[in-house]
Design a protein around this ligand. Structure first.
Ligand SMILES: C[S@@+](CC[C@H](N)C(=O)[O-])C[C@H]1O[C@@H](n2cnc3c(N)ncnc32)[C@H](O)[C@@H]1O
Length: 209
């Protein structure tokens, strides 16, 4: 895909509510859905109009394409699809959310350039920051808490190339990265007779490939 002057990626832009300039000329906005104005009654101007419909677990960009990546995925897994909140912010798949977030972060990291910055936003209503960060292949430099209930966290990551020492916490092999939560997912999948084999395989690939 030709990116020209697009060196910023919003990997799940939703309604672009966090942007001061919702049409920033150097940014490519993606989301896995389109929603027209009027799709939610309480926010008549809310719309989801990504530049490209794309899945953050399968980004269609070359490695090292962006200087800044914004990753603000859904954070709730217990919502009905038609709830206002799900329509506004999307929702996590209750079965695959660990895989999806792990793979999403890994993809964001892949398309981030050396010395590029990744901003990750998370709300701890249902899942703690500790849990979600344990799914990622890197650790943040620092973070900050916002929101009326102090549940919204912002984290800053930088991609330091190996030639310059690498990012401190880069995990280099599968053995370095069997997080508790993912072990638990694998156990649940392995224990469940109904779990399809390929779901387990996909989770393993997200982490260990
Ligand atoms: C928390 S909202 C983003 C809000 C946005 N930052 C804003 O300022 O309005 C999360 C968005 O992620 C999108 N999303 C969920 N799964 C996705 C996926 N696999 N790939 C791309 N976007 C996804 C949802 O459709 C939703 O719009």
């Amino acid at each position: 895909m030709e990116l020209k002057n697009k060196f910023i990626l919003d990997a799940c832009c939703g309604g672009r509510m966090l942007w001061f300039n919702k049409k920033h000329p150097n940014t490519i906005y993606i989301d896995n859905r389109i929603a027209e104005k009027g799709h939610i009654d309480h926010r008549p101007n809310h719309e989801v109009q990504p530049d490209r419909v794309m899945d953050f677990t399968k980004l269609e960009f070359e490695d090292n394409s962006f200087k800044l990546v914004v990753f603000d995925p859904p954070h709730l897994k217990t919502l009905g699809k038609n709830s206002r909140f799900a329509k506004t912010y999307g929702s996590l798949n209750a079965e695959t959310w660990q895989y999806d977030l792990a793979k999403g972060f890994k993809e964001c990291w892949r398309v981030l350039d050396d010395y590029g910055v990744l901003i990750f936003k998370w709300n701890e209503e249902e899942i703690s920051s500790e849990t979600v960060l344990s799914l990622f292949i890197e650790k943040p430099l620092f973070g900050h808490t916002t929101g009326s209930k102090s549940r919204t966290k912002w984290f800053c990551f930088i991609k330091i190339p190996i030639a310059n020492g690498g990012t401190n916490f880069t995990k280099s092999s599968a053995d370095d990265f069997p997080t508790e939560s993912l072990i638990s997912v694998k156990r649940q999948s392995a224990d469940s007779q109904n779990s399809p084999h390929d779901t387990l395989k996909a989770k393993e690939e997200a982490n260990f490939s």
